[in-house]
Design a protein around this ligand. Structure first.
Ligand SMILES: NC(=O)C1=CN([C@@H]2O[C@H](COP(=O)(O)OP(=O)(O)OC[C@H]3O[C@@H](n4cnc5c(N)ncnc54)[C@H](O)[C@@H]3O)[C@@H](O)[C@H]2O)C=CC1
Ligand SMILES: O=Cc1ccc(S(=O)(=O)O)cc1
Length: 484
């Protein structure tokens, strides 16, 4: 049986207290994960501070950037191992992980290595009251030891999205992967050793949230900042932990994202775009569209086309050719999603397609597969329109005017992302300005330029990461004023 150890001070550490890691595709146990306790967290924090005082803390930016490029190259060299590890943990389609998760996992190191080498800080000259001059300049120093608490939906991608910039800025990180997906974070420890990242700079502690590694890391006063991606409620708990010691947080949280399709949209592209935004990664993407608003003249045609598109998606295990949708991450999550499928029916939805589980053969009958699902006919107060489901499903409702579409899209506590489909530039810009979200895609979805700001407003997050915005969180900016 595969064992997933903690990675502390450059060594793989067993704790003897293990929990099972199961494959979502067939629910079989594929590994045992060694849970970190308070003593492992204390050891990791001490090793991280030692790294900051040692070679890592003294290393030039240029050398750090070289090492991070080497990390990316080593991920590419071991691409198939990372791919297999991610597929086993998540069950997602091979095509998705090989085109998005693993390449982005590597790219996240290169992009931030290049950014830290090239981004300037500010400098001002001013006249002083005595007729002289003073110059101010800003310098960045690392935040220190950063706790990186990760979810399971895009394990390597979302973890390196934080670890890449944190290390580029000279910090040491303690990563807590999701208990559902321990593999790629652990494998990355081998990569760090292979390329010569000093001990204690990258560490991995396995476990759960409350009463386990997640809580112990976030409560540890030796952890100088916490970056977290996950549920909004978990964000509230971590924020309370971070209040002790007034430690900074960066949060990428949940969403209940709207898609808006105007009657003048390129119809085929809009259908293909919403098919992706509603169903990709089995709907387990924080940016996914669970509420679709379609302008009335094309409403019926759009519902019929999205139904046909959803029914054309192939549900199955990673290795089967042509698979579009893998399983949900766990039995617990499947129960939650199917609970919403039942709630939608109970609240009077018309089920356009799906609403249950597909027939799977052999071992895959035990997997956490569900059907892509579309509803219409619910009032905006319905649970499946208000609450984040994180499954392959959406509700479609008609709208008449631009103002109505904006009001519907904004009527949520969340504010992460939206996708708008129109061929009218004026409409596109007006809607983008009026929607209260951190990310607005026009005629596209999940199109990423890693130099841009990423994050959510309202209950969807605190702060922005990406490009120079990541440097704002992962460094302290010190102003030096020189009287000449
Ligand atoms: N805004 C964004 O960029 C993204 C947001 N998400 C959100 O993540 C959620 C799905 O991911 P999950 O892993 O289920 O989220 P989760 O919040 O349950 O868990 C995320 C991580 O937090 C840890 N954790 C849980 N309770 C904790 C506590 N009290 N203290 C410290 N650590 C704790 C977990 O062990 C896990 O590693 C969805 O709500 C989704 O919207 C997911 C991906 C991206
Ligand atoms: O699921 C949430 C999610 C997906 C992608 C990214 S990013 O592309 O790394 O910015 C962040 C969060």
């Amino acid at each position: 049986m595969k064992q997933f150890h903690n990675f502390i001070n450059g060594e793989f550490v067993a704790t003897g207290k293990t929990f099972e890691n199961r494959a979502p595709a067939n629910n079989r146990v594929i590994g045992l994960v060694h849970e970190a306790g308070q003593s492992e967290v204390d050891a990791a924090v001490a090793a991280a501070h030692a790294a900051l005082k040692g070679e890592w803390g003294r290393m030039s930016v240029v050398r750090r950037a070289e090492l991070l490029h080497a990390v990316a190259d080593e991920i590419h060299r071991r691409f198939d191992e990372f791919l297999e590890a991610e597929l086993a943990d998540t069950g997602k389609p091979r095509s998705l992980a090989s085109h998005i998760d693993i390449p982005r996992g590597a790219a996240n190191f290169k992009i931030f290595a290049d950014i830290v080498k090239n981004v300037p800080t500010e400098s001002f000259q001013m006249a002083t009251p005595d007729g002289g001059t003073a110059i101010s300049y800003a310098v960045r120093s690392p935040l220190g030891v950063v706790g990186v608490i990760c979810p399971w939906n895009l394990p390597l991608l979302l973890m390196t999205w934080k670890v890449g910039p944190a290390l580029a800025c000279g910090n040491a990180v303690i990563v807590k992967p999701s208990e559902e997906t321990p593999a790629t974070a652990t494998l990355l420890g081998e990569v760090m050793n292979a390329v010569g990242i000093p001990k204690g700079v990258y560490q991995v502690l396995h476990g759960f949230g409350p009463g386990s590694a997640g809580e112990f890391i976030t409560k540890h006063l030796g952890v100088n900042g916490i970056t977290f991606t996950g549920e909004t409620r978990t964000g509230e708990a971590i924020m309370a932990a971070a209040a002790k010691g007034v430690r900074p947080v960066s949060f990428e949280l949940g969403g209940k994202n709207a898609g808006i399709v105007f009657a003048d949209a390129d119809f085929e592209k809009a259908v293909a775009g919403i098919t992706r935004s509603a169903f990709e990664n089995c709907g387990q993407v924080c940016l996914g569209t669970e509420r679709v608003y379609v302008q009335r003249p094309i409403f019926e045609k759009f519902v019929a086309a999205l139904k046909a598109s959803a029914e054309g998606l192939k549900v199955g295990p990673s290795h089967e050719p042509g698979v579009n949708l893998g399983p949900l991450i766990s039995a617990e999550h499947k129960e939650k999603v199917l609970g919403y499928y039942a709630k939608a029916r109970a609240e009077g939805a018309t089920v356009v397609t799906g609403g249950g589980v597909p027939e799977m053969k052999g071992e895959f009958a035990e997997g956490h597969f569900v059907l892509p699902t579309i509803w219409i006919g619910l009032p905006e107060s319905a649970a499946v329109i208000r609450e984040e489901i994180f499954g392959p499903c959406c509700h479609i409702a008609p709208f008449d005017t631009e103002e109505e579409a904006i009001a519907l899209a904004n009527a949520t506590d969340y504010g992460l992302a939206t996708t708008v489909w129109t061929q009218d530039l004026g409409t596109a810009h007006r809607v983008a300005a009026a929607i209260d979200v951190g990310l607005c895609w026009i005629n596209s979805w999940f199109l990423r330029d890693l130099r841009t700001a990423f994050g959510g407003s309202k209950a969807s997050g605190i702060g922005r990461e990406g490009g120079v915005h990541s440097l704002e969180f992962y460094t302290e900016l010190r102003n030096v004023m020189v009287k000449l």
